[in-house]
Design a protein around this ligand. Structure first.
Ligand SMILES: NC(=O)c1ccc[n+]([C@@H]2O[C@H](COP(=O)([O-])OP(=O)(O)OC[C@H]3O[C@@H](n4cnc5c(N)ncnc54)[C@H](OP(=O)(O)O)[C@@H]3O)[C@@H](O)[C@H]2O)c1
Length: 349
């Protein structure tokens, strides 16, 4: 456990070393952890728990996820059950269905939340937008959150390589008086490297803003804008792609991850540094109002309503696949498909 101070704000970081196996066992040994859902998070968290011999079972409907779980070695009747049966057997229910199906399945799950059980989320969505989702847990259960800051696939691969992934944690309801230590223990047990504290509300507001902006939406918009400007001015697809995406992802962004933006700048030419230092404030000025608008839309629940409406539609998957296919057909990503095989790691001597 380390106290850090950034910008005058003090925070406590929970580290793996704070929860050695003996302490995890003290907290979790009597619990049966039921993983409901086997998307990227359910699979990653479930397999990580199983590999460490925690008492973990999976609850799924028959179909795609069920088949994936069978292929991963979960056994019907032993540690793989229907959602209802897993809810009955589980004392900690990790609600890892898609956010839209959490709403649909809530009337099925809720009756199994008897006093003393724990309801665990990896996203604050269902609870924070409860006016829309109707997910209102009974008062005598603990309600906690551990939200890995990355995809479920990374939860798994980082665990396998011994690295762990950062996660936030929060307590919404502490019926037992032990909710916080359960959140810490579960966070470590599912493979987090370190944990920082949040609230359900802060988690959902930052997460929805992040994915709409810098992590996903803004980055696609920025890549496309620059690619199209370069192409309009007569640059070849190879040049536009390399100057927009390949150099960013393969060379410069890893340097930001390693030691910060100043480190990346410091490793570029003085011409590049001058340009970036001059133009960055203009982009901040242009983008800040859009990000602010997005945050307000998240805060007002509008983004949640849009997401619930579209993800609950019976044809949502077909529509989504069409939209993703349209992105994939953009010349910029076609260029990526053609050019990636030329990366040095694929080059023949
Ligand atoms: N993915 C991430 O990067 C990430 C990161 C942090 C937190 N989270 C949070 O973790 C939770 C799980 O997300 P995820 O991405 O792992 O999963 P997801 O892909 O959103 O959800 C998939 C699971 O939900 C099941 N499901 C969907 N509709 C169902 C229904 N009507 N009845 C029963 N099961 C149904 C799917 O089963 P079928 O295969 O049978 O359809 C599948 O097992 C969410 O709260 C999410 O916000 C996700």
């Amino acid at each position: 456990m380390k106290t850090i101070q950034i910008g005058g704000i003090q925070e406590t970081i929970i580290e793996r070393s704070d929860y050695p196996r003996a302490r995890l066992d003290q907290i979790l040994a009597k619990e049966t952890i039921a993983i409901l859902g086997y998307g990227p998070q359910g699979r990653g968290q479930g397999l990580n728990l199983r590999d460490q011999n925690f008492k973990v079972i999976v609850g799924l409907r028959k179909g795609r996820s069920y088949d994936k779980a069978l292929a991963d070695g979960w056994k019907e009747g032993k540690d793989l059950f229907t959602i209802e049966e897993a809810c009955r057997r589980g004392t900690i229910l990790q609600y890892l269905l898609s956010d839209a199906s959490q709403i649909a399945m809530w009337p099925t799950v809720k009756p199994f939340l008897s006093a003393g059980k724990t309801l665990h989320f990896s996203h604050g969505f269902g609870i924070v937008f409860r006016k829309e989702t109707n997910i209102i847990p009974p008062p005598d259960v603990d309600v906690i959150l551990v939200a890995p800051k990355g995809s479920g696939l990374t939860v798994r691969t980082h665990f396998q390589s011994g690295r762990g992934i950062n996660a936030s944690y929060a307590v919404f309801q502490d019926a037992s008086g032990r909710a916080k230590e359960k959140a810490h223990a579960l966070g470590v047990a599912i493979g987090s490297g370190h944990l920082f504290e949040t609230t359900f509300e802060k988690e959902v507001h930052s997460d929805l803003t992040g994915e709409r902006c810098v992590l996903m939406g803004l980055i696609q918009g920025a890549f496309l804008a620059q690619y199209e400007v370069l192409r309009r001015h007569g640059h070849s697809p190879s040049e536009a792609y390399n100057e927009t995406i390949e150099e960013a992802l393969q060379s410069l962004y890893p340097l930001i991850g390693e030691k910060g933006m100043d480190w990346m700048y410091a490793n570029c030419s003085t011409t590049a540094q001058r340009g970036a230092l001059d133009w960055a404030p203009r982009f901040k000025k242009a983008l800040e109002p859009v990000i602010e608008e997005c945050y307000k839309s998240v805060q007002a629940g509008e983004e949640a309503r849009i997401s619930i409406r579209s993800n609950s539609a019976p044809d949502y998957r077909e529509k989504l696949e069409k939209e993703l296919a349209a992105v994939s057909r953009q010349e910029m990503w076609e260029a990526g498909r053609v050019l990636r095989p030329f990366r040095p790691e694929h080059a023949k001597p």
